[in-house]
Design a protein around this ligand. Structure first.
Ligand code: EPU
Length: 337
């Protein structure tokens, strides 16, 4: 291990926030994580930086996951099993599976970030979560000093949550994901449950879409609604959609009849954070260089030159506005470093 020192992290986070790492090491093979000195180090594991708020300089060792590789591991009568290294770009990987004729991940097209980060917050969009297509996750456990493979059933996947988010995605987190195996079922069905996607396909007059057609529709919808981080720095949805008790959801729906509500299996109700933020007056509004995007109020954007402190200020103002109007607490999706 031979880390670089005083490395600028601005290019490594999609909010383009400034900050430097005291030490920085690109990790291109799992073996690099086994160095004994890593256990004692103050360390942070970084993927694509698309769900990160850099609040300033980092005085530890930043491990930038860049393990490559993608391959068909095996195939049985029901499914293909595909493995990818943690450092592979997520969207490129999804496109690669589609060109190989292995459908299943198309609804998750164009999500920024890496393969290794996908299971951590169980990325999801347009009626699909990565957990739905995942077989197992392999990662280096800094405590056990071993490479562990964790089957899907043990990953504690939930809405934007997993075992890895609880144990492995924070300062001195326990697990660094090195590769992921996906299980893509051969009995493929197009997933068009999400109204935006169904409508996009209808507009294109595609009644029986292929997986690539779905990917094309997803890409079009995302490009219409969500800012391209390369142009307008952002971290996707900035808050979780809050899940609240049914009584509160009903009371809010009485007061605001257009409130979107998504009943959950446990009886609680998921609300649309973007709707709450818009109704609280924050759609397209900014505080200094940080605002909420004009076409999707759930996306926080850096209008240029923002620092992590600017992000924290806007975040707090949005949370206060939603709390005041709806008595709902918004929790941020990204991690703060
Ligand atoms: N809405 C508004 N105003 C807005 C934004 C949304 O009223 O400014 C309303 C919409 O009209 C709709 C509801 O809120 O009734 C939900 O909006 P949308 O379908 O755009 O999805 P979302 O809940 O805002 C979630 C995910 C996205 C994912 C989309 C599509 C979370 C936190 N976000 O957004 O994921 O792409 O659904 O499935 O669950 C991400 O996590 O970074 C992300 C982009």
């Amino acid at each position: 291990m031979n880390p670089s020192t005083n490395v600028d992290l601005t290019p490594f986070n999609t909010l383009a926030l400034p900050g430097r790492a005291a030490r920085y090491q690109k990790i291109t093979a799992p073996e690099a994580l086994t160095a004994p000195e890593l256990v004692k180090e103050k360390r942070f594991v970084l993927g694509g930086g698309s769900n990160l708020v850099l609040t300033g300089d980092f005085d530890g060792l930043l491990l930038h996951m860049a393990i490559p590789g993608k391959r068909l591991v095996k195939e049985d009568a029901e499914a293909w099993f595909i493995e990818a290294g943690a450092g592979e770009n997520w969207h490129d990987f999804v496109q690669w599976t589609l060109t190989r004729g292995w459908p299943g991940l198309e609804n998750l097209s164009l999500i920024p970030g890496t393969v290794g980060a996908a299971p951590i917050q169980n990325i999801g969009a347009y009626g699909l979560e990565v957990a739905d297509c995942l077989h197992s996750v392999t990662g280096w456990d800094f405590e056990k000093k071993a490479l562990l493979t964790i089957d899907r059933g043990d990953c504690r996947f939930a809405y934007r949550d997993s075992l890895f988010k609880q144990q492995g995605w924070h300062l001195n987190g326990r697990i660094a994901i090195t590769s992921v195996i996906f299980r893509l079922a051969k009995a493929w069905q197009p997933n068009m449950r999400y109204a935006d996607i169904a409508q996009e396909l209808a507009t294109r007059e595609i009644a029986a879409p292929s997986a690539q057609d779905i990917a094309t529709a997803v890409i079009a919808v995302r490009q219409r609604k969500l800012p391209d981080p390369a142009v307008t720095p952002n971290a996707g949805s900035f808050f979780h959609n809050p899940v609240v008790e049914a009584v509160l959801a009903e009371a809010l729906a009485d007061a605001y009849p257009t409130l979107p509500r998504y009943p959950q299996p446990d009886g609680r109700v998921k609300l649309a954070a973007g709707w709450l933020i818009e109704q609280a007056g924050w759609k397209g509004k900014a505080l200094g260089p940080v605002g909420m995007y004009e076409k999707q109020a759930l996306v926080l954007v850096n209008r240029g030159g923002a620092t992590g402190q600017d992000v924290v200020r806007t975040m707090a103002a949005v949370q206060a506005a939603v709390r005041e109007k709806f008595a709902v607490e918004l929790t941020p999706e990204p991690i703060f470093l």
